[in-house]
Write a protein that binds this ligand. Structure first.
Ligand SMILES: CC(C)(COP(=O)(O)OP(=O)(O)OC[C@H]1O[C@@H](n2cnc3c(N)ncnc32)[C@H](O)[C@@H]1OP(=O)(O)O)[C@@H](O)C(=O)NCCC(=O)NCCS
Length: 218
């Protein structure tokens, strides 16, 4: 399938979602890869991962970039170099899960995460949600509880992707403020190494997936 969804968040931020229905061969025929990317692709064990990885290159093309513009720092955080179509620097964040991949391109620092809503998240909740957050979740419906936990997980992954600092604990350093699923937005606080940083967070759901993206509050 071509592009599944475009969210024009504002004049400087765009989110692009790909639903991966193409075969590996089909995707390979539609992208041009630099050598380091080809080597990474060759090293991936799962075809699902390879297709997710390639579909991100399709999204980059939709946004006017290509694989030669995309690079990674030593921690694996992606960045985009300006090119002929985009001469100003922009931030990028990438996520893929099962048959979806998503990128956010923004002039602001942004992080993104897509997660499949799964029952399993209830069993690991105490690993990434602190007691104060748990007590505020107030869900009488199991499905809503799973959906809310998935939002919280996505928020923490998104914030981690912005900050990219080792030592950040999802449970101890990131607090997501109270929200209702219908709100589709909330705020969160990172309290790490004597620095407090607030974030604005947005989320939406489709096909049992939760998409979350976060921006640093300036
Ligand atoms: C790196 C990490 C953020 C990736 O998240 P994920 O849910 O496994 O996978 P996603 O598909 O959402 O994201 C993968 C993308 O994140 C990006 N990424 C990887 N490392 C990154 C980093 N240090 N900073 C920002 N972005 C990063 C990459 O673009 C990657 O995709 P690509 O290599 O194909 O381009 C995650 O594995 C991680 O390390 N999280 C923090 C550790 C932690 O505390 N975890 C659990 C606590 S209970």
């Amino acid at each position: 399938m071509p592009l599944y969804k475009t969210i024009n968040f504002n004049s400087t931020t765009q989110i692009l979602v790909w639903k991966i229905t193409e075969s590996l061969e089909d995707l390979l025929s539609k992208v041009v890869l630099k050598e380091t990317t080809q080597l990474r692709l060759n090293g991936m064990k799962s075809e699902l991962h390879q297709r997710g990885f390639l579909s991100v290159r399709m999204l980059l093309q939709e946004a006017g970039f290509n694989d030669f513009d995309l690079h990674y720092d030593a921690f694996g955080k992606p960045y985009l170099n300006p090119n002929e179509r985009h001469t100003e620097p922009v931030e990028v964040s990438i996520t893929h899960s099962h048959n979806f991949s998503v990128i956010i391109i923004s002039e602001d620092a942004a992080g993104i995460d897509i997660e499949l809503q799964r029952e399993k998240i209830m069993r690991i909740a105490d690993k990434f949600v602190n007691e104060k957050e748990l007590s505020r979740l107030r869900c009488f419906d199991t499905n809503d509880y799973i959906r809310k936990l998935t939002v919280k997980w996505g928020v923490k992954e998104s914030i981690f992707k912005i900050r990219n600092e080792s030592g950040i604990s999802f449970k101890n350093h990131i607090q997501v403020n109270t929200f209702e699923l219908k709100d589709t937005k909330t705020t969160a606080l990172l309290d790490f190494e004597n620095t407090k940083q607030e974030f604005n967070v947005y989320f939406e759901e489709f096909e049992n997936f939760t998409l979350v993206y976060a921006f640093e509050k300036i």
